[in-house]
Structures are given as structure tokens and as C-alpha cells.
Design a protein around this ligand. Sequence first.
Ligand SMILES: *[C@@H]1O[C@H](CO)[C@@H](O)[C@H](O)[C@H]1NC(C)=O
Ligand SMILES: *[C@@H]1O[C@H](CO)[C@@H](O)[C@H](O)[C@H]1NC(C)=O
Ligand SMILES: *[C@@H]1O[C@H](CO)[C@@H](O)[C@H](O)[C@H]1NC(C)=O
Ligand SMILES: *[C@@H]1O[C@H](CO)[C@@H](O)[C@H](O)[C@H]1NC(C)=O
Ligand SMILES: *[C@@H]1O[C@H](CO)[C@@H](O)[C@H](O)[C@H]1NC(C)=O
Ligand SMILES: *[C@@H]1O[C@H](CO)[C@@H](O)[C@H](O)[C@H]1NC(C)=O
Ligand SMILES: *[C@@H]1O[C@H](CO)[C@@H](O)[C@H](O)[C@H]1NC(C)=O
Length: 919
Amino acid sequence: MGKVYYVSKHVGLGLLVLAVTALVTIIALSIAYDKERAKNQDTLGDGAADGTTPVPTPFTPKEPWDRYRLPVSLVPVSYNVTLWPRLKPGADGMYFFTGKSAVVVRCVKETDLLIIHSNKLNLTSFNGHHAVLTGLGQATAPAIQNSWLVVKTEFLVIQLRSRLSVGASYVLYTEFKGELADDLEGFYRSEYTEDGVRKVVATSQMQATYARKTFPCFDEPAMKAVFNVTIIHDQDTVALSNGMEIGWFQKCKNSSPFLIFVTSQISRESGSVQKIWARRKAIDSRQGDYALNVTGPILQFYEQYFNATYPLSKSDQIALPDFNAGAMENWGLVTYRETALLFDPIMSSTGNKETITTVVSHELAHMWFGNLVTLQWWNDLWLNEGFASYVEYLGADYAEPTWSIKDKIILSDVHKVFAVDALASSHPLSRREEEVNTPAQISEMFNTISYSKVSAVSSQSYLNTFAFGNTVYTDLWDHLQQAVENTPGMHIPHTVHDIMNRWTLQMGFPVVTIDTRTGSITQKHFLLDPDSVLDRPSQFNYTWFVPIKWMKTGVEQQQHWLLQETVSGEDWVLANTNVAGYFRVNYDLDNWHRLLSLLNTNHQALSIINRAQIIDDAFNLARAKIINTTLALTTTKYLSKERDYIPWESALRNLDYYILMFDRTEVYGALQLYLKKQIQPLFEHFKTITANWTKVPTGHTDQYNQNNAIGIACSMGVQGCGELIKSWYRQWMENPHHNPIHPNLKSTVYCSAIAFGGVEEWDFAWRMFKNATLASEASRLRSGMACTKAPWLLNRYLEYTLDPTKIRKQDATSTIHYIARNIVGMPLAWNFVRARWSYLFKYGGRSFSFSGLINGITKRLSTEFELQELMKFKEDNLHVGFGSATMALEQAIEKTTANIKWVAENKAHVLKWFNDESK
Ligand SMILES: *[C@@H]1O[C@H](CO)[C@@H](O)[C@H](O)[C@H]1NC(C)=O
Ligand SMILES: *[C@@H]1O[C@H](CO)[C@@H](O)[C@H](O)[C@H]1NC(C)=O
Ligand SMILES: *[C@@H]1O[C@H](CO)[C@@H](O)[C@H](O)[C@H]1NC(C)=O
Ligand SMILES: *[C@@H]1O[C@H](CO)[C@@H](O)[C@H](O)[C@H]1NC(C)=O
Ligand SMILES: *[C@@H]1O[C@H](CO)[C@@H](O)[C@H](O)[C@H]1NC(C)=O
Ligand SMILES: *[C@@H]1O[C@H](CO)[C@@H](O)[C@H](O)[C@H]1NC(C)=O
Ligand SMILES: *[C@@H]1O[C@H](CO)[C@@H](O)[C@H](O)[C@H]1NC(C)=O
């Protein structure tokens, strides 16, 4: 692995954080002691065949400016940056900003070339050159011979007449003008209307490669520096940045070049050093209160957890009306989508609240891990994001202890990564540095694997803080090894290095098969499609060291490191208790039947998480043809007795595949009858405990489950459900100022009511959408409108997605995705995307989530004909490209191929099973 991290100058602190991470991993993976365990990741063998992303490695460009990485000859020390955004358009109608920047660079290797990132900036000319170079202190700067911009690699290149000397520092000065576009990249413009007045905000999104679009800079994560930032703005606006504010001058500690500036007419809600910023109206209606309430406890928790005080002197969090990512962890000034920060006690649902808690918790974790300690290069993004995705649950659990939110890791992370990591086109967590170069490749790193796998891997680990010496470790595994050796009673069967390499240097994870008749325990690389071709060889032959926690007839057994051991008898065996490990489990048929009978007679003998896991394992093993499909379906029979959310949700997500594959076939009728039968008791249960739908269930997850019960009951035709929903929606249409639908149920009710209704219901939703003052309310309506069954309404809606006055650009791809979810909308959305791909690609720029779009739109594809269409789409648009959707498109082709085979093999069995079981 070599050197993985860049540790900031706060070495002691940095190491402490590292040590904690180390512990997560180590405990997750290897400690025989601790009760939980997990395993890890993957990575590639010899990367030659990265089937999914074309990486032009063999060709090494001759000139340094044709490579994507900065040369190592110069390091930035500090910047003075002044930016002046104009919040009114210039004479030519263009919004723009001007700026100047002085960066102090230190020369560490002799060179006569000065290369710095700069993209889409018009640089002022000084004596015919793009910059001025002066020496600092004793140093004399060589004269500039020539300077030019390289568009492809986004560099400003300055050729000097003689060399810079090692150890000397220089100041590079530039002046520039850039467009303040509404492109969600770099320094950009966001607009919203309040009380009929159009307001403009200038804000920024620097990660991953957009700082260079704001000012010339060394735009790589390891190129940390001090940023002294000045923002020129009107007196009636506010300017914020990462660091401390010193009058007009804003200073920020050592940070990588992804920081932020904002000016706008916004308002704040304040604690003393913790502040929430948003549109004035949102603050006036106290929508920032909840986020502010949880920020304090979460920061407190992390201070304790990291054993380090909050590294900055202030914490600002701002909700932006126009923002592409969910949130961005700018140091000390976190930016959020409104839905991720603003909570309205009357209008928002429990789900909205949970989103806010977990997103805030995630971003605040980054204040330590990610900002204080920064990854060396984007190939190791997994560490940064994975770690935050894990600790966010701990922080959120501290802020909301009654929610049992840690149980949700299984739904939110484990199952999600299992799904992606079981494909032959998966990728290893840590790619080699050379494989991630271009901005598009960097953007592709921000995907499910990076975010969730580490989290899944370290899920549920029990953490202690841990003290380490102050030595500088260059190798993480060695560091962990030492921790193991220094901890009395800790024993692992192989070195940390050997154990970890198998999880980090090959992709995927195993299915462990336990045969209770013979006592054999075996492992095999789990691939969802058993016929998929693995073109990525592994030096470890896809085998892992797997620690297994298991129980026999309800009794916890000693942990087991996948060695030979006899497990036999009449008793039922359950492995991977509480899903502490990153693997799937299969059993001999007898043991499966014993588990199924246990579920049917006494399901509470197993933990909620294990009930959910049995269902998920069975369905996925069936997909991989390791067990019979009907066996998987049989795990859902006990659900008529299940009242807990997590197992239900696990089943519904798996059955969703059956619905997608079969909702255009005769199987659907029988499936509907079966599910109707299974959901009916849950629907009645909630009807009873809510006193005929007048109260809110008290449990946090019960509120989600109520929503599921209503949604499924209505779409499966349970008596009374449709009438209930229609009457709620009708009451609202009659009195638009009084919405009788509880926020928890709104998404479901809007969708069902609009699906049952026609143009009147739709147009009413559109009006409410346009007037919505709360972002999450707008978002529910936006997804609800995609549920209509009228093709003309769906087509009209599709057109709206490309009109930014109707649907904000940040919402365009998800809206198309919602439409594709709808059985009537799917072919319309697919045609729309195919017909407009090159336009969409331009319209969305780099900031669109094209991979989400491709995933969403291709989900139902399951016939040979549809596969041909998909291939043709790829071929026809090769010249346009697919950007960050490149991998998603490959995965879509792979999944469609698997779908076709699956439907052919299973349709008859499934139809028969549903027919038999729905009687
Ligand atoms: C930014 O401020 C720091 C501390 O005030 C100073 O040491 C540094 O030289 C400044 N940076 C530049 C580019 O002047
Ligand atoms: C940066 O700004 C500070 C404060 O105005 C000034 O003292 C310093 O000389 C500037 N540095 C450079 C390199 O311009
Ligand atoms: C930069 O220069 C180009 C070419 O002259 C011009 O088209 C563009 O509008 C300029 N950008 C700004 C922000 O002024
Ligand atoms: C925030 O905390 C205060 C004080 O505990 C409480 O009264 C208020 O209801 C909380 N606000 C929200 C939105 O949870
Ligand atoms: C926390 O940090 C302090 C000061 O660095 C140190 O003395 C203490 O031992 C640490 N505590 C733990 C549990 O690591
Ligand atoms: C992988 O399999 C090959 C051929 O079966 C064998 O030669 C090699 O030793 C195996 N490697 C490992 C690490 O098990
Ligand atoms: C799956 O189970 C059904 C019904 O028990 C049986 O007819 C079928 O042959 C089984 N298929 C396989 C692959 O075992």
C-alpha cells in the first residue's frame, strides 16, 4: 500500500485520528476479542484490465503539462486571494467575478517550469505573460520566457529563462476574470425568489477539481496551504469563508484547496460559535433550529471520540437553494442542500429529520477526518468517505439515542455495497494512483463503493479510543500490527498486512457456505451473475481470511477464522450474527429449513438485523444461482407476522427486483395477490395502533414502517387503502392552506393519489410545488408528480426537466429517474434520454449525476431487444461520451444481460410459487 495518507502539520492530532481509524479497521477485521467484526474491501490485482474505465496508461505524455498530475518541483505555502463577485450581470448580460491571487511557492526541486492549475479563467496579461513572478527574501526570480494555458489538463504553464533554486520561495501573482455561471462548479451563482424578488448568491463547490476554476492554484488534495481570502462585497450582503474572519480579511488554516466563499442576502440563526445560515424566510420560520440543536451534541461527541478538540474556532453551516451534492464539508463552513439542513416541525417528516441528523453528522466528522487529515490522492477517497459514512452513525446515535440508528447501517450501507460489489465490474477500494487522473475519473470515485463499503466493513464495530506514541508511521498496516502486538490478549491468526491485503487488494467479498451435516465451511467469491467474466485476476485467487461469528440454537459460539471445524447436529446454526462481517452466508438445505421454520414459529428468536440479513442473503444467493429462487421467496412467508421495519424493508427491496422484472408480465397478478395477503396484517396493525390513522406511531422506525404498509397496501389493492388516500388528498385540494396529510406519509400519499388521479391532481401538485417554501416538501411533490399514469403528463414533465425555470438543474436527473421508476414512465424516460443524450450531457456538465440517471433508467431492462437498444445507445454516443456515467453504463449492460437470463430461468417457477402461495 505504501504511503497512503498525508498527515497534516498537526502531527500529534493527525496520528491520533489515524490511530482511531486504524482501530476501526483492525477491530472490524481481526480482533478475536471484540464482539463485532467485519471485513473489507477489495482492490485490484494488476489493474491491466480495468474493464470499465478506459485508462490510457500505456501512453506516457512527454511534456509535463500534458500529464494530469502536478510536477513535484514546487509546493504552495500560502495564498492571498481577493475575489469580487458581481451579483448583477455585466453589460453583456454575463455574471462574472474578478480576482487577484498571490501564491507563495517553495521550490523543492530545480526547475524552469512553473505549472499551476487554471481553468476557464481569463488571465490578465502583464508584459505579454499571464503572471508576474518575484522572489521572496533573498531569492531573485528568473524572467518569464513564455506562458500559455493547456485546456485539456487545465494548467497554466510558465516557462522561465533560468531555473528556480531549491529552498527558495517565490511569489506568483495573477489577476483574472471568470464567469459566475450557474453551473454548480467552482465559484458559481445560485438564484432563488423570495417574496417575488430574485436573489443571487455567489457560492462555491471546489471538490474535486473546481478550485482551479476560481483562481489559479495547486489543485490537488495534498497541496495544502494557508489561504488568506478577501471577498469584496456590498454592505448589505454577508461573506463567509472557512476560517476565522478578520474584518474584511478572512484567514484559513492549512487546508487543501477546496474551500468556500459566499456572499448573499442570507440570514443566520446562531449559537455562539455554531451558526446555521439560510434564506431569510427559512431562518425566520425557525427551520434551522433542529440542525443547530444536533450540531452541539455531535461536535461534543466527536471531540470525545477523536480525543481532540474541534480544530477550528467557528462552525458555520449554510443551506443553499441550488446545490448539487447533498453537502460539502468545507472546513468550518459546510454547505448543504436545503433538504439536508432545514427542518420544519410542522411540515417535515421523521425521515427528513433523520437525513438532517446523519448528513450533519457525516459532514462534521470530516472536520477532523478529511480536512485535518487529508487523503494523499483521490484514489484513496474510500478512506475519507468510508470512515465518515461509518462514524456518522455514531454521532447521530449520540444526538438521537432513541432511534436505534446504528441498526440502519445494514439497510443504508451493507446491502447497498453488497449489491454493487458483487458485480464483476466492481472496483477495488483503493485504486492505484495512476488509475485516477482526469477530472472525470476523479468524479467517478465518488460512488457507492467508496462511500458505503468501508462503512459496511467496519459496521457495528465497537470502538475505544486508543493512545499511540508520537512516531510517524508511514505504513498503515504496520501501524496496526503494532497496535495488535501491544494489546494484551489480542490475537489474530495472520499479520494485519496479510489479512488486510486480501480485503483491500482484491475486489468483492465471499459467500461462506456452512454444511451442518459434514461440518465443512467453505468460501467462494460471491458474484451476482455466476456467468460473468472476471477479467481482473487476483493474486489471492479471491480468497479471504474470514472471521465468523455464529450461534447454535440461540447460543453464541466462539469466533471462528474460517478453518476446519465440525459443526453438526440437529440444531439450527446462524452465522454472521448481527451482521458484523462483510460476507454472505449459505447453509445446507436442512439448516435452511430449520431457520425458515424458526422464522415461522418464533421469529423473535433472531435479532432484527439477522432476520433482515437472512432475507437479503437468500435473495442474493438465489440471484447467483447458489440456492433455489423459491427458497428465497419462502423467507418472506413469515412476514405476515413481522411488525418490524428493518426485515420488511429488506424484503421489499429484494421483492422490488421481482416487481421490476415482472410488472409487465402475467406474473404480476399473482405477485400482487401474494403481497396483498402478506401486507394486510401490517396495514391493519397500523390502523389499530394509530386509532384509525389519527395518531403517529411512537417508535422511530415504526413511522417508516407505517409508510411502507400504506404504500404497499395501496399498490397491491388492499381494501380501504385507495379510498383513504384519495380522501386525504381531496381534502387538501379543497383547502390548499390546510394539508391534512401527516409529513411522514406525504411522499407515499402524493404518489398514490397522483397515480389514482388525473390532470387535476397533477396540476394541483404542480402549483403546490411551485409555492412550496420548504425544500423537502417540494422534493416530495416533485417525486409524487412522476407517479401519474397519464403518458402525456409524463412527457410534459420530462420536458420540464430541461427548463431550469421549471425544474432546478440540480433536480433534473433525479426527476427523470423518478419518472423511469413508474412503469408507464419508463419507456418515455428511456426514449427521452436516448434522444437527448448529447444535449443532456452538455446541459448537465460535470455536475450532473449521470451515473444515477443511467442506473435509474435501465433498471427494468430485461429483454434481448432492450439489451440491443442499450448497446446501440452506447455505440451511438461514443463520440459524445458518458463522463461519470461510464462505469454505470457498463454495469447497466452487465445487469441487463443478467436480467435476461434470470427471467428466462425463473419466470415459470416464480409464477407457480406466487400462484400456490396466494391461494
Ligand atoms: C497569509 O497570512 C499569513 C499569516 O498572517 C502569512 O504568514 C502569509 O504570508 C500570508 N500569505 C501570503 C500569500 O501573504
Ligand atoms: C498578503 O496580504 C498581507 C496582508 O495584506 C500582506 O502583508 C502580504 O504582503 C501579502 N502577501 C503577498 C505575497 O502579497
Ligand atoms: C474570456 O475571454 C473569452 C474570449 O475573449 C470570452 O469569450 C469570455 O467571455 C471571457 N470570459 C469572461 C468571464 O469575461
Ligand atoms: C431544539 O431544542 C430546544 C431546546 O431543547 C427545543 O425546545 C426545540 O423544540 C428543539 N427544536 C427542534 C426543531 O427540535
Ligand atoms: C487524549 O489526549 C490527551 C492529550 O493528548 C492524552 O493525554 C490522553 O491520554 C488521550 N486519551 C486517550 C484515551 O487516548
Ligand atoms: C492461486 O491459484 C494458483 C493456481 O491454482 C496457485 O498456483 C497459487 O498458489 C494460488 N495463490 C494463492 C495466493 O493462493
Ligand atoms: C427449485 O424448487 C422447485 C420446487 O421445489 C423445483 O421444482 C426445482 O427443480 C428447483 N430448482 C432447482 C434448480 O433446484
